[in-house]
Design a protein around this ligand. Structure first.
Ligand code: DX5
Ligand code: ZN
Length: 223
């Protein structure tokens, strides 16, 4: 499968939200990644329903919603009503993960689980078959513009192996610190979805940067 690219809106200029989302609509991006932070699970607050509603009106790409919030099950139905295509919750805040995943999937949306850098991929062994996506955090969640944690590559390889062994079909997404320089080795490790915030929105030409991330091919990566 050709990899997907999901620009993260967090790094965009919120004062020009309309233009920034239009750029993504016109780009070859596959999804728009939306980071919801509650100031409790992570030490930052991003944006909530009113902003998401404005985004929903403009965006033409599927919304990939990354919930960095405690008790996500309390809000999942509202995110589903907003038209989220994929909802990802954090393993670290879901004591009843199976039930939370079922809640997301009951509406037809895709269900994902995100793992913090210290959370082993083995934690998902008994739920992998139920998941549409696993998001491996390659930075500590909460802020854009951080440096990629190199150990993530080993986690991606281990997860890929687990998916193949179980004949599961979930996608591997990587989130945090992805650049045009490191995207090649990340893809080689077995990633399906690249999330990129600063690399896309802080670049001189975001559309062009999305194309560059998109056009990395496994053939050229082997060189
Ligand atoms: C971090 C967020 C990321 C963030 C990535 O907690 O989950 O999606 O926007 O930003 P960059 O690509 O700048 O590291
Ligand atoms: Zn994210």
């Amino acid at each position: 499968m050709k990899h997907l690219v999901a620009p993260s809106l967090l790094a965009s200029d919120f004062g020009r939200l309309n233009e920034e989302i239009t750029l993504i609509n016109e780009s070859t991006a596959d999804w728009l990644h939306l980071d919801i932070m509650d100031g409790k699970f992570v030490p930052n607050i991003s944006f909530g329903f009113p902003v998401l509603k404005a985004v929903q009106k403009i965006v033409e790409k599927p919304m990939d919603v990354h919930l960095m919030i405690v008790e996500p099950e309390r809000y999942i139905d509202r995110f589903l009503d907003m038209g989220a295509s994929m909802i990802t919750v954090h393993y670290e805040v879901c004591p009843h993960l199976h039930s939370t995943i079922s809640q997301i999937k009951s509406s037809g949306a895709g269900a994902g689980v995100a793992l913090n850098p210290h959370t082993p991929v083995e934690s998902l062994r008994d739920i992998l078959a139920e998941l549409d996506l696993v998001c491996i955090m390659s930075v500590n969640p909460g802020f854009g513009g951080q440096k990629f944690i190199p150990h993530t590559l080993e986690k991606i390889r281990a997860l890929k192996q687990m998916i193949v062994q179980q004949n599961a079909s979930c996608l591997i997404e990587v989130d945090g610190g992805i650049t045009l320089e490191n995207a090649g080795s990340i893809l080689r490790a077995g990633v399906d979805v690249l999330v990129a915030g600063s690399t896309v929105f802080k670049s001189a030409n975001p559309k062009d940067t999305v194309s560059k991330l998109k056009s990395l091919s496994m053939d050229t990566l082997k060189v």
